[in-house]
Design a protein around this ligand. Structure first.
Ligand SMILES: [Zn+2]
Length: 120
């Protein structure tokens, strides 16, 4: 599995997405056939990717080390982590730098700016 296959998959998916978003309310047979064609191509490339990955199941490091914590019931990996030790280490470093960015409260900038200050 190489970079070319990944690029082909990404191109096919982007094309499919573009086609789908430009579809009219009543797509023609031709439109539908084009979309199916592109999706089939993406599917076959994606299928080939999985077949050629090594023990890690990682596209980037197919023959890297498997994370020893993978499948550990007492100390399970966080959600979104895979079998690849290299990728999991990268995720751990990213998590350490940005702890739970999605949990940060949003600040209502606009409301604060719109309210006049009261000094009574
Ligand atoms: Zn990896």
């Amino acid at each position: 599995m190489g970079y070319a296959e990944l690029r082909e998959l990404q191109t096919a998916l982007t094309t499919a997405s573009d086609l789908a978003s430009t579809l009219q309310q009543a797509p023609t047979r031709h439109d539908a056939a084009r979309l199916v064609d592109v999706l089939r191509r993406a599917l076959s490339v994606a299928d080939a990717l999985g077949a050629e990955t090594g023990p890690t199941g990682c596209a980037e490091h197919p023959h890297g080390a498997v994370d020893p914590l993978y499948g550990d019931r007492e100390d399970p990996l966080p959600p979104g982590y895979g079998k690849c030790l290299l990728c999991n280490d990268r995720r751990r470093r990213a998590d350490a730098h940005h702890p739970h960015p999605h949990l940060r409260p949003r600040r209502p900038h606009l409301k604060l700016h719109g309210r006049p200050r009261q000094t009574a």
